[in-house]
Every structure is written in structure tokens, then in C-alpha cells.
Design a protein around this ligand. Structure first.
Ligand SMILES: *Cc1c(COP(=O)(O)O)cnc(C)c1O
Length: 358
């Protein structure tokens, strides 16, 4: 099967090899060293400001989102959430669940950009944090991060960036954005097995986590940070996934760092977008992330297209959920995808078009 979903994605076989063994015991200086290198490399890839820290939680990305809501927001702090789809909706739900009055900002239509005028009514209203999914993976929109960062700076709000799908796919500079937190996960552009989420915290977020009352144990950032000082985790981590991350980060560094990785993903995205231009599809995102291309088949039937690609062509693309399940599907550009893999998908789609299936 070729996998063009947005996670879990295909992995480099050389990276999978590092976990083709029993998980090593992890309370050792050797594993601590690996974790310290993972932390250092992650902070450098997101260009975190001096004094930042990074922790690895054994959870899917949503665990990191919830951990940040519980540990970095102050009790009862009012929040603004950019809600352009299922992941924005998740941030809003998490904020409310944990007692934060939340203003949601919706795009004018699914896949549209958020504009400064939409935020203006929220200025000076006592909101303490803005939470955004840098790429809203359900529509593929890449939000205008410099504009959101400016809004936060002008209004004394912290910026919390879910870059779970944007990390390594789109330009991300934590220091330049002044972001307090950046999140990602193992199964997106890191391209390894699921099971680990990554939280990078700037000094401001570290101070908040330290000052906040403890409200959880498993997802406690205080615990994770304290243990991380010696390269450890409070509980048994997804050891195999962390070893894969170590190898992957080493390879990214050797291949030229975040810029080179981003260029490769951008090139794959461009190849698909050019290749589908003559098909009866409309692209959903006004400003698409390099991570994913969401398309609306002009004649509907998205679910059936996803099924036929899987059953007849052995290709997974990513269905959408909820109301859009039959209207939109997505093609991912992250993970171990080659130019030839892209050509195979384009050829399958054109074959379906000739068969009158689109
Ligand atoms: C994948 C993803 C998540 C996390 O999903 P999990 O299934 O919990 O790993 C969160 N936010 C965005 C933007 C994502 O793409």
C-alpha cells in the first residue's frame, strides 16, 4: 500500500530498523543521552528562543494539546481559538472542558484564511492566550502566523501553536513568532510511528507551568520537565518511537536541517497540485500548507473515491470526517514519499477519471 494520509505516514526503512528489536531498558545513561539529543535537536528545528525546553509525552498529538491547556493556561484564563475545522474545534472543546471561557474565530468558509479584522473585536477584552493549529489539517489551510503573532504581541496574549502537521512542512520560527508553546507529534512529518507528542516551551510557558497548580499527573509538564533535566521521563515512554525519532532527527540534520526537509515536502506538494490541475477537483485551502492538499471533487462522492483508491489501486488517501466526509478528501505530502509514489497516485487518479469515476 502507498500511504498518502496525513498520519501515520510512511517511514524511511532505515529508521524503522532501529526499533526492530526488544525495547531497551530506558533508565540508563545511554537512553538519557539519546533523550537529551532529541530535546536539543527539536529545539533547534523549531528555532526556540534561549532558555526553552522540550518534552516528549507518550501520547498522540491530542495528549500534548490537552497537556498544554492544563499546564500552561492559568486557571480560568480566557482564551481565543482559531477554529477552521476539526482540530480547531478540538482546542475549543479542550479549553472549555478545562474551565476556560473561549471565543472562537471561524473562517468565512472552510479553508479560508483568517483576517485581522476578524480578530479586532477581541482586542483588549481580557483574553490571555490564543491557540491555533498552524496548519488546520482538515482543510489544509496554513494560517497567517505573522499576523496572529502580531495580534498576540499587541494584546499581551501568549501564542500557543499546534504545529503537529506544519512542523517541517512549513516555515516555523518559534522565536520570531514569539510563540510560548509549539507542539508536534511523531506520526506526521517526523515520519515515525505514532505514540509520542512533542511540546517545546519558551521561558514564558515554563514559568507558567511552574507557577500553576498541579491538575494532572500523567500529562503534567512539571513532572516531564523535572525528569527531562536528566534525560528521563516520569513514566515508561514509547521507547521504540523515541529511538526512531532520534535516528530521524540525526538524518534531518545530516541532510541540511529543517530548510532542506521543508523544500523536499514543498516539491512533493507542488508535483501533486500541478498533476491534479486537469482533474475535476477544487482545492479547498486559500493558502495551502505544504503538508496536505484537501480537494473537493466537483461531482461529490469523496468517500467512494477514497474507497476505490484503496481497494483497486492499493493507495490510501485521507478521508475527511463529519459533514464533509463525502465532499472532501486529502492527499498528504509528508512522510517517506518519493516522486515515483506521487506519479503512481497521479496515474491512478487519471485512470479513475478516464473510467468516469471522478
Ligand atoms: C494530527 C493532528 C493532531 C493530533 O491528532 P492525534 O490523532 O491526537 O495525534 C492535532 N492537531 C493537528 C493540526 C493535527 O494534524
Amino acid at each position: 500500500m502507498l500511504n498518502f494520509t496525513v498520519g501515520p505516514v510512511m517511514s524511511d526503512p532505515e529508521i524503522l530498523e532501529v526499533s526492530a528489536q526488544s525495547a531497551p531498558y530506558f533508565r540508563t545513561p545511554e537512553f538519557s543521552q539519546i533523550m537529551k539529543e532529541n530535546e536539543e535537536r527539536m529545539l533547534s528545528l523549531v528555532h526556540a528562543p534561549a532558555g526553552s525546553r522540550c518534552v516528549f509525552l507518550t501520547s498522540s498529538g491530542t495528549g500534548a494539546m490537552e497537556s498544554v491547556v492544563m499546564n500552561v493556561l492559568k486557571p480560568g484564563e480566557r482564551t481565543v481559538v482559531i477554529n477552521g475545522g476539526s482540530f480547531g474545534d478540538r482546542f475549543a472543546k479542550l479549553c472549555r472542558l478545562h474551565g476556560h471561557e473561549t471565543a472562537e474565530v471561524f473562517p468565512e468558509r472552510f479553508g479560508a484564511q483568517i483576517r485581522e479584522e476578524q480578530l479586532r473585536p477581541l482586542a483588549g477584552q481580557g483574553y490571555g492566550a490564543l491557540l491555533v493549529n498552524m496548519c488546520e489539517t482538515s482543510s489544509g489551510i496554513l494560517y497567517d502566523m505573522p499576523m496572529l503573532a502580531r495580534f498576540c504581541r499587541d494584546n499581551g496574549m501568549i501564542l500557543i501553536v499546534d504545529a503537529i502537521s506544519a512542523f517541517l512542512a512549513d516555515p516555523l520560527d518559534m522565536e520570531e513568532l514569539g510563540a510560548a508553546v509549539v507542539l508536534t507529534g511523531s506520526q506526521k512529518a517526523l515520519g515515525v510511528h505514532p505514540g509520542v507528542s512533542v511540546v517545546a516551551l519558551a521561558p514564558e510557558a515554563l514559568a507558567r507551568a511552574e507557577a500553576n497548580p498541579e491538575v494532572c499527573l500523567y500529562l503534567s509538564l512539571k513532572e516531564a520537565l523535572k525528569n527531562g533535566e536528566r534525560g528521563q521521563t516520569p513514566f515508561t515512554p514509547a521507547v521504540a518511537t523515541l529511538l526512531q525519532i532520534h535516528k530521524r532527527l540525526e538524518k534531518i540534520e545530516a541532510a541540511g536541517g529543517a530548510g532542506a526537509e521543508r523544500a523536499a515536502i514543498a516539491e512533493r506538494a507542488a508535483q501533486i497540485r500541478e498533476g491534479i490541475a486537469d482533474l475535476p477537483f477544487t482545492e479547498v485551502a486559500e493558502d495551502p500548507s505544504h503538508c496536505v492538499t484537501a480537494v473537493r471533487p466537483d461531482h461529490g462522492g469523496a468517500k467512494e473515491i477514497v474507497r476505490i483508491l484503496k481497494d483497486e489501486y492499493q493507495i490510501w488517501v485521507c478521508p475527511n470526517g463529519g459533514d464533509l466526509a463525502d465532499q472532501v478528501f486529502r492527499i498528504g505530502h509528508i512522510g517517506h514519499i518519493t516522486k515515483e509514489d506521487n506519479e503512481a497516485l497521479l496515474s491512478a487518479l487519471h485512470d479513475m477519471d478516464r473510467r468516469g469515476l471522478l
